[in-house]
Design a protein around this ligand. Structure first.
Ligand SMILES: [Fe+2]
Ligand SMILES: [Fe+2]
Length: 263
């Protein structure tokens, strides 16, 4: 053993350099899988994870327009926005495992560390793709809304699971197929394959969220669906909006009668 899983997670969260964070994250996940880290939660997770100087973070309404999807500039803006989402997703998954692992169990930690490792891989794939277009992560501003959802639910694992995997990541399942189709239609086959892989992985991430949420609801002796609905309306300002990717959501364990009621 080389230490507690919480200390290793905290260190990866505090890393500011995006590429170093991605590598540190994959190492935490690997060390945990190999039994090198103890199931101990002896340190707290930071309120704000380490962030690089670039990209500059802007509120969503101050983000520059992306321009036409087909232009070089528009393409770079798209991949940059996706890379940023994956970068924040690394912290979201690490924070899930490190903040709530102690009150949950080893399986929960394993699941969300594997999610964190996936997000680190997604980030690396997207940054590499950006470089083939002559750009890189950090070259453009990015929007600062995603971490807020995590911060607002930092005291409640049920709320965190309800909002992060079951609303935000599920939203990714809804919007990715259209992006993928557009990218493929523009002749970017390599980009399309990256998005296919991400979509597959994200179904698994949402499923982990749904499974652990159901466990928490059971432990609290609450009805899963009504608990989810009340937590989403309390902690997630925006409405859960169609169009929904019903088949991907179903594969992730979200049935239509759950989320359609909130639309
Ligand atoms: Fe991802
Ligand atoms: Fe994810």
């Amino acid at each position: 053993m080389t230490g507690s899983v919480a200390a290793a997670i905290r260190e990866a969260l505090l890393e500011c350099n995006p590429w170093a964070k991605a590598m540190a994250t994959r190492k935490v996940a690997r060390d945990w899988r190999l039994g090198k880290l103890s199931f101990a939660f002896d340190v707290e997770m930071p309120d704000l994870p380490g962030r690089p100087d670039a990209p500059e973070l802007l509120p969503p309404n101050r983000m520059p327009k992306r321009g036409k999807g087909g232009s070089e500039r528009g393409r770079i803006a798209l991949w940059h926005a996706l890379a940023h989402i994956e970068f924040v997703a690394i912290d979201l998954a690490l924070d899930m495992a490190g903040r709530f692992g102690g009150e949950m169990d080893e399986g929960f930690v394993s699941d969300f560390l594997s999610v964190a490792a996936d997000e680190a891989m997604h980030f690396a794939l997207l940054d590499r793709h950006l470089r083939t277009l002559g750009s890189r992560y950090g070259a453009l501003p990015a929007h600062d809304g995603l971490w807020e959802a995590a911060h607002g639910t930092r005291h409640d694992v049920a709320a965190r699971l309800a909002v992060v995997p079951m609303v935000l990541e599920a939203r990714g399942l809804d919007v990715t197929p259209a992006t993928l189709e557009r990218v493929r239609a523009n002749g970017d086959e390599r980009g399309a394959r990256i998005l296919e892989r991400i979509l597959d992985d994200e179904i698994r991430h949402v499923r982990f969220g749904a499974i652990h949420f159901a466990d928490v609801a059971k432990r609290l002796d609450e009805d899963r669906d009504s608990l989810w609905k009340s937590l989403v309306s309390r902690h997630f300002g925006g409405a859960v909006k169609p169009p929904f990717n019903d088949s991907a959501r179903l594969a992730a364990g979200l049935s239509r009668d759950l989320y359609a009621g909130l639309a």
